[in-house]
Write a protein that binds this ligand. Structure first.
Ligand code: GLN
Length: 453
């Protein structure tokens, strides 16, 4: 009952920024034609996908949910979206998100909040956050507006919204999905991935999205494994690590209970459980909130009113004034905060104290994981420290950042990580469990996810 599925209420979720039914219909028609001609159907023949508005789509407005890109229509297609179309999928529309993928609740969008289809038991009509930054994706998939959607994950933006809305989402190993044509936030962290109702659908979608791309210098030159074909919930021989540092102070009892439940499910599937230590975990969040804004401040320098989107040109103004006016008007407050932090930590006087230090911490975090892989094959943790919170409930940016505490470490290490639904809390809201894998071991992650769902 907590769940809206009525089509009449779909629009109220504000999940889509642009609707492109003609694109989806063309894919469906092509699938029909192929079927009638007796041809072998493509893996995603006719499947209507929602595209996060961070992916450039040729001829279709792409804004990253920022006013500064209003009216920007790319003349090219991102590699990830092209891969999906090549696999037979069609686009239902562009999905709302946190502005430039900065946020954990979708509230930084310049085009209004996305609403989660979930409600608290007895909570009346109070609207809940769908998580972020891929909040349009999570809300649309959870409300069954589309069977799958693309997301991007820099520090948790696929996994946390999946957890908040009771769906599955996987961030593959850094480099599996091309970043070409995806609007950049923090290039050393950004990874695309699918969000769908279950693990199997995630595997199918990821197979289509991933693959080497010469246009992205960090793209992995590897074939895409057939994850779905060998998906198995038999975990005999799998060693699951439980990182003790993720047992943070003040963790709600329900999250503890969920974690224990997940451990039991994996044991039932044949896995053995080992305790592991990731000693630098507590430094991951502060390091992330230096590195990600640093890269963002550099990536976002291109929005100057000359090349894309809006241009504010006050009468009699010079070039500098145009830059300033455009950026002041075009970027939202959270984006400006990140640019300010980023330029500060990269400035000559502070570079070593902040940026270099954060990079060192990043290396220590990656080493923690490498050491853990000596005794286990995957890690199991909660995805987020709480269930979905209400819209407008978290006003302090630090408390918002704290929501990423469990998702950020694996991002810094470039590891594959997935969130799968683990159950409901006392208020009837979904909670997610996270599985983190070794580099390139999406299969191990998906299999453990399958054993949980
Ligand atoms: N919530 C995190 C941030 O705001 C992560 C966002 C993301 O993964 N794109 O930076």
């Amino acid at each position: 009952d907590a769940f809206i599925v009525k089509v009449s209420q779909a629009k109220a979720l504000n999940a889509f920024l642009v609707e492109t039914p003609e694109h989806a219909i063309a894919a469906a028609t092509a699938a029909d034609t192929a079927r009638e001609a007796g041809e072998t159907l493509k893996p995603l023949a006719g499947v209507p996908i929602g595209m996060k508005d961070l992916f450039c789509t040729k001829g279709v407005t792409t804004t990253a949910a920022s006013h500064i890109l209003e009216g920007f229509t790319p003349t090219y297609e991102s590699t990830v979206s092209q891969n999906l179309w090549d696999a037979g999928a069609g686009m239902l529309g562009k999905l709302n998100m946190d502005q430039f993928a900065m946020g954990s609740s979708n509230e930084t969008s310049a085009f209004g909040n996305v609403i989660s289809p979930w409600k608290r038991n007895g909570g009346g009509n109070a609207s809940l956050a769908p998580g972020g930054s891929s909040g349009g994706s999570s809300s649309a998939v959870a409300a069954r507006l589309c069977p799958g959607a693309t997301g991007t994950d820099t520090g948790g933006s696929i996994r946390q919204p999946a957890a908040f809305t009771g769906i599955s989402g996987i961030k593959p190993t850094y480099g599996r999905c091309s970043r070409w044509g995806t609007i950049a936030f923090a290039s050393s962290l950004d990874q695309a991935g699918p969000m769908a109702r279950d693990v199997k659908d995630c595997a199918i979608l990821l197979e289509a999205m991933a693959g080497f791309d010469a246009k992205d210098g960090t793209s992995l030159q590897l074939d895409v494994p057939k994850w779905e074909a060998v998906l198995s919930a038999n975990l005999n021989g799998l060693r699951v690590g439980i990182p003790k540092e993720y047992r943070v102070d003040g963790m709600p009892e329900e999250i503890e209970a969920l974690w224990q439940q997940g451990i039991d499910w994996l044991k039932d599937a044949g896995a053995t459980i080992v305790e592991v230590s990731l000693p630098h975990t507590k430094y991951a969040l502060p390091a992330y909130y230096i590195i990600a804004p640093a890269e963002a401040s550099s990536n976002l320098a291109r929005y100057d009113g000359v090349r894309y989107g809006i241009r504010d040109l006050p009468t009699g103004a010079g070039l500098q004034d145009m830059y300033a006016a455009t950026r002041a008007d075009g970027f939202g407050p959270e984006v400006k905060r990140r640019i300010m932090i980023g330029t500060y930590v990269l400035s000559a006087g502070f570079y070593d104290a902040y940026y270099t230090q954060a990079q060192k911490v990043r290396t220590l975090i990656a080493r923690d994981f490498e050491r853990a892989w000596e005794t286990c094959d995957v890690l199991l943790t909660p995805t987020a420290p709480s269930a979905a919170f209400g819209l407008g409930e978290k006003v302090d940016p630090i408390s918002m950042y704290m929501n990423d505490v469990f998702t950020v470490p694996s991002s810094l290490a470039g590891l594959p990580a997935m969130s799968v639904p683990g159950g409901l809390d006392k208020q009837g809201l979904p909670l997610g469990l996270q599985i983190i894998g070794k580099p390139l071991d999406e299969q191990g992650v998906l299999n453990a996810g399958l054993a949980i769902e």
